[in-house]
Design a protein around this ligand. Structure first.
Ligand SMILES: NC(=O)c1ccc[n+]([C@@H]2O[C@H](COP(=O)([O-])OP(=O)(O)OC[C@H]3O[C@@H](n4cnc5c(N)ncnc54)[C@H](O)[C@@H]3O)[C@@H](O)[C@H]2O)c1
Ligand SMILES: [Zn+2]
Ligand SMILES: [Zn+2]
Length: 348
């Protein structure tokens, strides 16, 4: 099959690799209909997140149809069209039963193979899915692949970030980073009844997009602090959602959150030390919540919400490319060129 593989930072290649096969009775193989590139893939592309084996098939956002299944698979039988969260989960362990599916004892992220262990990804014609019945969600033919892809990661992540932040009706919220995760968080914060949602980034077309979703755009290079102080009686916002993943964003979040407020951080961080000091948290009585979104626990709800409200995200997939064009897709998504907000990879 053809697949997008990691060779080294800044060097991804679409090549032929062996087809995946069912290894365990609960595995299935999915024929991928469409895959997407996530901001998390960029950490690997940039060499900021290290450890991935050369030759790993990338990608954790995909949708498609089951083509073969182990004997223990009951729901995700061949012929079933499915949406997939970006991690695998067993559905039975302590974490799964509490909806913390991203921390399942059997959890693996698609597209992460390190020292020979792990799971290849979905930016490929075929992908192996362990614990298929618990991980995959059967979907109707009428659901566009775009919605299934969003529900599997960035939309569920944005929704989770807002809930993790405890956004209440009437709150002032700031979203740092207006990539796909930030855009979805804007929608979720508006839907949660936020009085004002400041959307902060430096990329003009992303600021405009957030404004269309009901946010107040604030350029990173403008006086963010003054704008937020002005709109919050000098206090700062109730909740900051940090959807960036770099320490300067954590520091800005600290500057703009009110005393007693919450920073909810879906952003994936790779720096060796936390960007804030214990004293900074203490001095503002802050709650800081972070982590991988339990996308599986949100998937059905996200699909239902997207079915109703998904039209608002129309245009988020700014680029539809072939698998062969994926390396260029990474390049333009990373550099935010050609007004790129998200890349969909369709199979030939
Ligand atoms: N927690 C999870 O489960 C989960 C899931 C998906 C993605 N993520 C992470 O969420 C983050 C965002 O993902 P994405 O796909 O939207 O990525 P993206 O790279 O498309 O978006 C990041 C945005 O942040 C902006 N930015 C950079 N520095 C900034 C700063 N200091 N202040 C404000 N904005 C700044 C960039 O201009 C860009 O628009 C990434 O770190 C990604 O790894 C986490
Ligand atoms: Zn992701
Ligand atoms: Zn589990």
């Amino acid at each position: 099959m053809r697949a997008v593989t990691f060779a080294a930072p800044w060097d991804l290649r679409t090549v032929s690799v062996p087809d995946p096969v069912v290894l365990a009775p609960t595995d299935v193989i999915v024929r991928v209909e469409a895959a997407a590139i996530c901001g998390s893939d960029l950490h690997v592309y940039r060499g900021v997140e290290r450890g991935l084996d050369a030759g790993t098939v990338l990608g954790h956002e995909f949708t498609g149809t089951v083509v073969s299944a182990g004997y223990a698979v009951v729901r995700a039988r061949p012929g079933t069209r499915v949406a997939a969260p970006f991690t695998v989960n067993c559905g039975r362990c302590w974490a799964c039963r509490r909806g913390l599916t991203a921390r399942c004892v059997e959890s693996q992220v698609f597209g992460w193979v390190q020292q020979g262990c792990g799971l290849h990804g979905g930016q490929a014609e075929l992908v192996r899915v362990p614990h298929a019945d618990a991980t995959l969600v059967p979907i109707d033919e009428s659901i566009p692949p775009e919605l299934a892809l969003l529900a599997g990661d960035v939309f569920s992540t944005g929704l989770h970030a807002v809930e993790q932040g405890g956004v209440q009706p009437g709150d002032a919220v700031a979203i740092l980073g207006l990539g796909p995760v930030g855009q979805c968080a804007v929608l979720a914060a508006v839907a949660a009844g936020a009085r004002v949602v400041y959307a902060i980034d430096r990329v003009a077309h992303r600021l405009e997009q957030a404004q269309r979703h009901g946010a107040t755009p604030v350029e990173l290079e403008a006086d963010v602090l003054a704008t937020i102080r002005h709109g919050t009686e000098g206090r700062g916002v109730d909740v900051v959602i940090e959807a960036v993943g770099y320490p300067d964003a954590t520091q800005l979040a600290w500057q703009i959150v009110r005393p007693g407020g919450t920073i909810s951080a879906p952003g994936v961080h790779n720096e060796p030390a936390f960007a804030l000091t214990p004293g900074q948290l203490y001095d503002k009585n802050l709650t800081y919540r972070a982590g991988r979104a339990p996308a599986r626990a949100y998937l059905e709800r996200s699909l239902a919400l997207l079915n109703r409200e998904g039209w608002r995200l129309e245009g988020l997939f700014s680029h539809h490319l072939s698998l062969a064009e994926a390396p260029r897709g990474y390049e333009i998504f990373n550099e935010r060129r050609e007004n790129c907000t998200k890349v969909l990879l369709r199979m030939e």
